[in-house]
Structure formats: C-alpha cells, structure tokens
Design a protein around this ligand. Structure first.
Ligand code: LLP
Length: 387
C-alpha cells in the first residue's frame, strides 16, 4: 500500500521515525525485473548492500533472485534469509580471510576477485579447506558512469578491479592455481546511472576483454556486468518504476556472446529504492530572519544520502489539505551537524508540530547506511502487509 493511502490517524499513533516498506510495490518491481531478465535468459544477483532487511530479502529470494554480497556478514545474512549457496556471489576489494573461509565453507557460487594477491589468498585458503573456488576476475573498464564521483567505480583512478596492466599476469596465475576455477569476467562501472549510453559503452569494453581472454585460450562462461541502474528520485510514484526492459535490452543487443555464455547482473537500487520511505514527525517549526525550518525527529543518522552526497529525496507531508498554499521550508534533522539537512527551500503545505513527513524513495542505501551517532534509537520498521 502506498504510504499516502494509509489512514493518517493510524500512522500518527506509531512511534517515529520509521522506515515504511511497501511490500506490494516491492513485489511488483521484482516481478517486472525478473520477467524482463528471464525473457532474455539473464541472471540477476540482488546486491544486498542496497538493503539487507530480512523481510525485504525474503521476498527477493522468493522471487528467484540470487544474492550479491560484499562481506562475510552479508553472505551469512543471505544464507539465513534462504538464498541457496549456489546463487550467492561474494565481491569487494578487501575480503578478510575469515570472510573468505565462511564463503568457502558454504560453497558459494563465485568470488568476484579484485587483485592478484586476492587470487593467491583464495587459492591457498581453498586448498586448506580441500575445496575448489569458482572465481570471476573484476576488470576495471575505464568507463565514465556520469554519476556522483563518490559512486563511480569503473575509472582508472578508482580502487576497484584488477588493473588492465596486470591481466596477463592474472591469467597466468589462474592457470597455476589448482584450487581456483575461472568462471568469467566481472565489471561494475557505478551506481545511479540514468544515461543508458553508459551501459552501451560498458558492453563495448566487455566484448573487448572477453575477446582478449578467449584469444589467449581462456574460456569465459559468465559475463557479469554488475549493477548501477538508476531511479528517478523526483517521481517516487512513477509506474512502471524503472525501465528494466530498456536496460536489459541494451545488453541483449550489444553484448557479444554464445548461447552457452551466461550474463549476470548485480542490481541493487533499482529493485528496492522505491519501496521504502522514511516517515518522520515534525518536532518543531522555527522561523528565522530568512528561513522557515521544519525540525524532524529523523536525521542523517536514519538517512545519510542527502548529507553525504547532497542526494535529492522527495519530501512530502502526509495528510493535510491538498489545495493548501505551499510554503518553503528547510527540512532538517536533530543531529548536531549542519549537513543534517534533508532539503532546502522545500515547497510543502504549512506544517506544525506533530505533522508527519515522508522522505520518499529511501528503500536503497537508507536503512543499511544508518548509524547510531548521537546514540540515536535503534531503527523502527513498518511493513505494508502488517498494517
Ligand atoms: N555491484 C557492485 C560491484 C557494486 O559496487 C554495487 C554498488 C552494485 C553492484 C549495486 O549497484 P546498484 O545497482 O545499487 O547501483 N551508497 C551509494 C551507492 C553505492 C553503490 C556501491 N556499489 C548511494 O547511496 O547512492
């Protein structure tokens, strides 16, 4: 159920702030993505880093997605929420030995490996455990994702992937590592990508590198092209919500592959962003010389994206007169930092202490990035199917 459809008196009786998850919308989004992927024979591993709430994960698992994890705890969380081990991948530039061991012990599908040293460590730990690990090599394709510089990952200057200059050596190391099996290649150029041409450029690079390996006699079974599909934060109720058809179509058209070669994706944001809203209460209103402030009981501790990336999230008042003349407010939180601001000059109906405010499209990188700074309360949740 959309947050605006819920009885306001009911919402007002709940303790705030809380994350509200619209489980119907989540299901619809997942169905759309799954159908668009299945139609083209593509596999999607959901990137847990975007949201690893168990209720959300259980639904994603039930819809048939795999899991893309970036820590031992995420691998464990995926297993606890029902993802079969052979549908779990483990990525990240800094995997600790204990995390690698956990993944080996569960015989996960694959490690996405980011350096030669890491290949050698996984080989050694796999030998000790008496198992063989399937690995994909992450290549840095040097494609500009045209997104916020904090979340672009595929440029030469970024820390991710095996540098191109080392690939020859990596291929040789792989041939010598008896406890490793090369599955394929892994790429990821960034997040919140709204320009579909970026994915076309990625396909060109993937084709080049795939050929490079095949020309050297290395078989490539899996092409993992990462995630990154962006969402429209200005239209929280847009439907259909993300253009999964257009996204997968680019890869279908531009990736060169044989019928045996699998194409894998690691979508996070586009699957979960729209299903979450942060609901907060106005604690105080304050009018300065130049500004009107709404001081909320949620802050950067609950949703860090505006403070960290100057990210836009639509801010809406719940309830109230639809035709009220709007006022401009700076909507801020209670934390002792000036960056604790959700939006400046936000047009909203006149608001007062006790009113409820929804910060929309907060289902991705919201809850997971929350902190207890200022010794804030533990996070609260409300799920639409429990209302
Ligand atoms: N695969 C890899 C290797 C990644 O690094 C990421 C995200 C994904 C997949 C999933 O990307 P998505 O489909 O969600 O764009 N905290 C930032 C986003 C950081 C993304 C990091 N990597 C934010 O709040 O915008």
């Amino acid at each position: 159920m959309n947050i605006h459809q819920i009885d306001l008196n009911h919402l007002k009786g709940l303790e705030t702030p809380f994350y509200y998850y619209d489980m119907d919308l989540l299901a619809t989004t997942l169905n759309q993505a799954k159908q668009a992927a299945d139609k083209r024979g593509f596999h999607v591993h959901y990137a847990l880093k975007a949201n690893c709430n168990p209720r959300v994960l259980e639904m994603i698992q039930a819809k048939g997605f795999g899991a893309d994890c970036v820590s031992g705890n995420e691998v464990q969380q995926a297993i606890d929420c029902g993802f079969p081990a052979d549908q779990i991948t483990f990525a990240g530039v800094g995997k600790a030995d204990k995390e690698i061991n956990l993944a080996l012990q569960h015989q996960i599908f694959a490690f996405n490996v980011e350096s030669i040293q890491e290949l050698l460590v996984i080989n050694e730990l796999a030998a000790k455990a008496g198992v063989k690990a399937q690995v994909s090599l992450r290549i840095n394709p040097n494609v500009d994702a045209h997104t916020h510089h904090y979340i672009t990952t595929g440029l030469d200057e970024n820390k991710f992937g095996v540098p191109n200059s080392e690939l020859e050596k990596a291929a040789a190391v792989l041939r010598e590592c008896a406890n490793l099996e090369l599955l394929g290649l892994h790429f990821h150029v960034g997040s919140q990508i709204t320009d579909i041409n970026v994915f076309k450029s990625l396909c060109v690079k993937v084709n080049e590198w795939k050929n490079w390996f095949e020309e050297r006699g290395t078989a490539i079974k899996v092409l993992n092209v990462g995630g990154g599909l962006g969402v429209d934060y200005h239209q929280p109720d847009a439907h259909p919500y993300a253009d999964f058809e257009a996204y997968f179509d680019v890869f279908d058209k531009f990736l060169e592959r044989t019928a045996q070669q699998e194409v894998h994706f690691e979508l996070g944001r586009a699957l979960v962003a729209q299903a979450g809203s942060l609901v907060s209460r106005v604690l105080y209103t304050k009018s300065g010389v130049k500004k009107h402030f709404l001081i909320l009981d949620a802050g950067m501790t609950e949703l860090m994206r505006p403070a960290l990336y100057q990210a836009f999230h639509k801010i809406e008042k719940l309830g109230g007169q639809a035709d009220a003349e709007l006022m401009n407010y700076d909507v801020v939180g209670p934390i002792c930092e000036s960056s604790d601001c959700f939006g400046k000059e936000v047009p909203l109906p006149p608001s007062e202490r006790g009113d409820l405010i929804a910060i929309r499209t907060a289902g991705a990188y919201g809850e997971v990035m929350a902190s207890r700074y200022n010794l804030r309360d533990e996070m609260r949740f409300v799920y639409s199917d429990n209302m």
